[in-house]
Design a protein around this ligand. Structure first.
Ligand code: 5GP
Length: 477
């Protein structure tokens, strides 16, 4: 695996160009990770930023890594290759046996052998880390290390610029708040095992996030909401922060009628901190979320009738033809791989592909759902063919919280497709928790549990030719 100086030179040129582009931090870092891995002929690369307290590493850019490897909890900085924090490069020949590796079982499952990591340094102090991964056991040369250090230097400049940008914005906003905002103190990263939750539903939610390999921190930050002279008179501490997605989530188990006060606080928080993305999950949202997986008080209902039809067979067919026309136009002259997740997508996929005026191939995946045997989501059926370098269109039946799609997109992206877009028949936008890109949407549906045209309730109703809403007593028990 000898690399020429030329390939490193052109990679650095490419990286320089991206570093100077107008892309946001994540897009810039993803692109740098891709150029770095390709130049080093490595299978994956990950760029991480250290939080200000130097407690945990947050992934800001990746290439070629499976979602599972990326999201198995925040990496505790002091346990994860601590030499890097001291400014040294670290080489691991076999990640499956080396005790320095925090998740060797995942390295094994993902077929990762060797890792080379170097610190991202500012004024001699580690502010992040860049790692490359290879599937084959591999010794890195001095030239490899020196290339990776150069990329790390570039990342330091990019991080600094992103921070500066944030600081300027924050200063401006602080000014707008009449310079009254005191310093907010983040508390350390937490895990399910060590966290004392205030309420059992929070633990249930943390378990669900763990299942989908979504990093979370419990009550990591308090936001002052009201001041009395120079003292904070009121604070608000959201229950969860999802660092990779930069979203706060507040769970409320109060009855709908009693959440006015909480809503007031959230409104105030959004006004004072417009850069903060916070979602409220009410008791009924949460119970519906659990019921979807057959859990909680709403989960044990019996299957019976349909309350009303939301979209008739004819309406669905018309919309599917329109979507197919748009997709055929957008991909004209290209080959397309359609990927669906079993089983809900079967009707939509079958109809859509018949109307596509393109050369297409079709592949399917299946994933485990929350409440099965596993602790984290698993791909129970993977793709038959490689999608590397292909134009891929992910076909979904319905996107609800976005957790499933977020996981699957991470998995597909790790295989390096030429492009990856999403087409969903139904978009239950009102319940979205995680921002996921939707390129083609059939219908936006209300916050109700829908069945038919492939969609099931506990295994039944998939064969209905229309999309309908179940009788309320079925879902509400
Ligand atoms: P998400 O991960 O976006 O919350 O959920 C996506 C999955 O949940 C879908 O693929 C589907 O299996 C299921 N789901 C979400 N909402 C509904 C619904 O209204 N009806 C049915 N039958 N399944 C749903």
């Amino acid at each position: 695996m000898a690399r020429s100086r030329g390939s490193y030179y052109s990679a650095l040129k490419r990286i320089n160009k991206v570093a100077n582009s107008a892309f946001g931090l994540r897009k810039t870092c993803n692109s740098i990770a891709r150029s770095t891995a390709r130049a080093m002929q490595a299978n994956g690369c990950r760029i991480m930023s250290l939080n200000s307290q130097k407690e945990y590493l947050i992934t800001v850019g990746t290439y070629g890594l499976s979602d599972l490897y990326l999201k198995k909890g925040p990496l505790a900085a002091r346990r994860s290759l601590p030499e890097i924090l001291q400014g040294k490069a670290v080489f691991i020949a076999d990640a499956t046996t080396d005790e320095k590796v925090q998740h060797p079982e995942i390295a094994l499952a993902q077929g990762i052998s060797s890792i080379l990591g170097v610190p991202i340094l500012r004024k001699g102090e580690a502010i992040g880390e860049i790692r490359v991964y290879t599937r084959e056991r591999h010794e890195f040369s001095e030239a490899d290390k020196s290339f990776l250090f150069s990329v790390a230097d570039m990342c330091a400049v990019i991080f600094e610029r992103a921070e500066l940008h944030q600081l300027v914005e924050r200063d401006y906003k602080a000014d707008m708040r009449r310079r009254r905002m005191p310093e907010v103190v983040p508390t350390p990263a937490t895990t399910l095992r060590t966290t004392a939750f205030a309420h059992p539903s929070e633990e249930d939610f943390a378990r669900l996030l763990d299942f989908y390999c979504i990093e979370w921190l419990y009550e990591p930050r308090s936001f002052p909401l009201r001041w009395d002279r120079d003292k904070i008179a009121e604070m608000f501490t959201p229950d969860f922060y999802l660092p990779e997605l930069d979203i706060y989530v507040e769970l409320t188990t109060l009855k709908q009628s009693l959440i006015t006060e909480k809503n007031r606080k959230l409104r105030q928080l959004r006004e004072l901190y417009p850069e903060v993305d916070i979602r409220l999950l009410t008791k009924s949202d949460f119970l519906k979320l659990l019921a979807k997986y057959g859990y909680g008080p709403l989960g044990g209902a019996k299957v019976e009738g349909i309350d009303r039809v939301l979209y008739s067979h004819a309406q669905i067919q018309r919309r599917v033809r329109t979507l197919a026309r748009r997709i055929s136009r957008d991909y004209a002259g290209q080959r397309l791989v359609l990927i669906g997740i079993l089983k809900g997508v079967v009707c939509f996929m079958a109809d859509l592909m018949q109307h596509l005026d393109l050369p297409v191939t079709v592949d399917f995946m299946a994933i485990s759902y929350y409440g099965g045997d596993g602790q984290v989501v698993k791909i129970t059926r993977d793709l038959d063919s490689s999608i590397t370098g292909q134009h891929v269109l992910m076909i979904e039946d319905i996107v609800d919280t976005g957790m499933t799609l977020n996981y699957v997109l991470g998995h597909l992206n790790a295989h390096g497709p030429e492009s990856l877009r999403v087409c969903t028949l139904l978009d239950k936008r009102a319940r979205r928790l995680i921002r996921v890109p939707l390129d083609y949407v059939g219908f936006e549906v209300p916050d109700e549990f829908v069945v038919g045209y492939g969609l099931d309730y506990r295994g039944e109703y998939r064969n209905l030719p229309f999309i309908g809403i179940l009788e309320p007593e079925i879902i509400e028990g």
